[in-house]
Design a protein around this ligand. Structure first.
Ligand SMILES: [Zn+2]
Length: 71
């Protein structure tokens, strides 16, 4: 059983994988929210298996008008 799949953080808003720690993120001891470089969305982004990122994006487009409260 392989258990070393690579996970990538994906912005749940625009599907971008270009994410980073917020510039003002000095609270290192806490769970750091992620920051999207594309749409400036902030929050805790879901980690998606690298090979499923495209799938995730497709799902995002389908649910475009749905709010992301159920994360
Ligand atoms: Zn984004």
């Amino acid at each position: 059983m392989k258990n070393n799949k690579k996970y990538i953080k994906v912005c749940p808003q625009c599907g971008s994988t270009i994410t980073k720690i917020p510039p003002a993120g000095l609270d290192i001891k806490m769970t750091q929210p992620d920051y999207c470089n594309e749409c400036n969305n902030r929050g805790i982004f879901p980690e998606v298996e690298e090979e499923r990122v495209e799938e995730f994006r497709k799902e995002l487009k389908k649910k475009d008008n749905k709010s992301l409260s159920g994360v």
